[in-house]
Design a protein around this ligand. Structure first.
Ligand SMILES: NC(=O)c1ccc[n+]([C@@H]2O[C@H](COP(=O)([O-])OP(=O)(O)OC[C@H]3O[C@@H](n4cnc5c(N)ncnc54)[C@H](O)[C@@H]3O)[C@@H](O)[C@H]2O)c1
Length: 257
């Protein structure tokens, strides 16, 4: 499954939320596929460690610590990609926040709503706003935003998370339409349950949810993070040259069931 084909040879790719889970798996995979990777997340020490590992094994990685909900942090990461590697060819906007509080809407903290909107929605918005000008200049680009089965309906995730992931899907489609003529492809991944810190937090808080999460899927298991990263890899690569505005489900059959 992890054989490499140089699918991103010669490209620079920015990955947000690269310090764990799907983003971390993507960092290793994209680098192995030939990309120079610019890693962004809030935990600088973790990013440094990962970049070191990639550089030590013959890849090319640089970091820019920051919060995707802060526009200046995102701009700094885009600038860092150009400073280190001279370009920004693709981006995997993967950072997200779901929280671990499944209280009903009327009992949920306002601060949780604000955070879920800030990270998932404003975070994606900030990324698009900083990445697209660079790609316009280059005359080409590929962006993958990270949505969820929660963009397709009520999954049982908190209401603000469901709303936020619907927004990511809408933003992807509308932006794809605006920039298709400029050869910038913008797609979203409809991610199903994946074994990461995010899901572990929820299952630790509500153990009965482990089996419930996969019950609606055709494949009765959680994904390994690299299985999601493989789909992002394809969408970032030139092999996905006719894919834009798509919501690619990598969800063990959840949306089709
Ligand atoms: N794990 C799942 O089952 C699942 C399902 C559907 C969608 N997703 C989505 O996949 C994406 C990756 O999640 P994951 O499962 O790997 O979770 P994770 O918690 O392991 O990783 C999330 C990453 O985002 C980073 N991050 C969070 N807030 C940030 C911020 N404000 N600024 C910068 N970085 C920030 C975290 O540090 C971490 O690196 C998210 O967008 C999530 O919503 C995950």
């Amino acid at each position: 499954m992890n054989e490499t084909n140089g699918m991103l040879a010669g490209k620079t790719v920015m990955i947000t939320g690269a310090s764990s889970g799907i983003g971390e798996a993507a960092a290793r995979l994209f680098a192995a596929e030939g990309a120079a990777v610019l890693l962004m997340a809030r935990r600088e020490d973790v990013l440094k460690h990962l970049a070191q590992e990639i550089n030590d094994s013959g890849g090319r990685a640089a970091i820019s610590a920051g919060d995707v909900s802060v526009a200046q942090d995102v701009q700094r990461a885009v600038d860092a990609a150009r400073e280190h590697f001279g370009a920004l060819d693709a981006a995997f906007n993967n950072a997200g926040f779901a929280g671990d509080d499944l209280a009903p809407l009327h009992e949920l903290d306002q601060a949780l709503f604000d955070r879920m909107m800030a990270v998932n929605v404003s975070g994606t918005w900030n990324c698009l706003r900083s990445q697209i000008p660079v790609m316009l200049e280059a005359g080409k680009g590929a962006i993958v935003n990270t949505s969820s089965t929660a963009a397709m309906g009520a999954t049982g995730a908190p209401v603000p998370y469901v709303a936020a992931k619907h927004a990511v899907l809408g933003m992807t489609r509308a932006a794809a339409a605006e920039y298709a003529a400029h050869d910038i492809r913008i797609n979203t991944l409809v991610v199903g349950t994946t074994r990461t810190e995010m899901i572990n937090q929820v299952v630790d808080a509500y153990p009965e949810l482990g089996p419930a999460f996969v019950a609606r899927q055709m494949q009765k298991r959680m994904a390994d993070p690299v299985e999601i990263a493989q789909a992002a890899l394809w969408l970032c690569s030139d092999r996905a040259s006719f894919a834009t505005g798509s919501a690619l489900a990598v969800d063990g059959g959840w949306t089709a069931g």
